[in-house]
Ligand binder design. Sequence first.
Ligand SMILES: NC(=O)c1ccc[n+]([C@@H]2O[C@H](COP(=O)([O-])OP(=O)(O)OC[C@H]3O[C@@H](n4cnc5c(N)ncnc54)[C@H](OP(=O)(O)O)[C@@H]3O)[C@@H](O)[C@H]2O)c1
Length: 255
Amino acid sequence: MIKYGFIGTGNMAQAIITGLLNKHVPANNIGVTSPRSAAKLAEKLGVVALSTQALIDESDMIILAFLPNQLENVTAQLDFKDKLVVSVLAGVTVAQLTATTGTTQVVRTLPNVNVAINLGVTAFSQTQLTSENSQAFQTFSTYLGEGVALDESQFSVFSAIAGSGPAYVFKFIDALAKAGVANGLEATLATKIATQTVLGSAETLAESSQTAEELQDLVASPGGSTRAGLDDFSDQNFDDIVLHAIKATIAHKHL
Ligand SMILES: NC(=O)c1ccc[n+]([C@@H]2O[C@H](COP(=O)([O-])OP(=O)(O)OC[C@H]3O[C@@H](n4cnc5c(N)ncnc54)[C@H](OP(=O)(O)O)[C@@H]3O)[C@@H](O)[C@H]2O)c1
């Protein structure tokens, strides 16, 4: 029996499938279809490759994971009956999903790459789901990390912070490591130190009752070296640089 059927097997589908397998969803409960790579992926992961209509017919939940501009093309010849359809297509609305798939059971989601290690944050907006589908989606979303119910008008800001955000965090880690190298650390070691520092700091913040701003003060004693660094960040308008980049991300149209 196929629980989760993926149409499209690219980066995001593979990240989600990895997350499901980590949570011990049996590989034969996962189905895939795509024009070129599905059979290869099925062989590699032990999941089941099917034709698209067979996948829909045999799956409890169908995950749309191809590129947004392919929506009309892919759905044109298919019959989704009234199956639960979960889309990860950036910029595609619930109304568009309902119109193209013809099902009333639709969830628009926006996951990020961290779903592969079950630490994603996934925004979702949905039609009125049956209680069975609602439960099925909740289980799926829990496997991936945190789920956040969000008004569709806020998906673009969510996308900038959570979808693109991992790239920006990698950029910060890279900058931190490069600063270490510029001051005499060996490159691999500098990256390891910067990565573990970000990982530990995020964990500390997640477990703390204090805000990120308050925790800065906890690390930076008055007149100390960390305060000197934080003051320099302020002098260079670090917050404005981040705000500017997020605005640029939001302003850019999804491809
Ligand atoms: N990557 C991210 O971090 C991220 C984050 C949030 C949302 N998303 C969304 O996730 C979706 C997929 O992105 P991606 O990065 O995974 O793209 P990708 O790596 O380029 O994968 C696209 C997939 O679509 C498949 N495909 C193409 N034509 C198809 C068809 N006619 N029927 C079925 N499948 C077809 C391709 O199959 P073949 O391999 O066989 O050619 C490929 O597996 C996009 O809508 C994007 O907006 C991605």
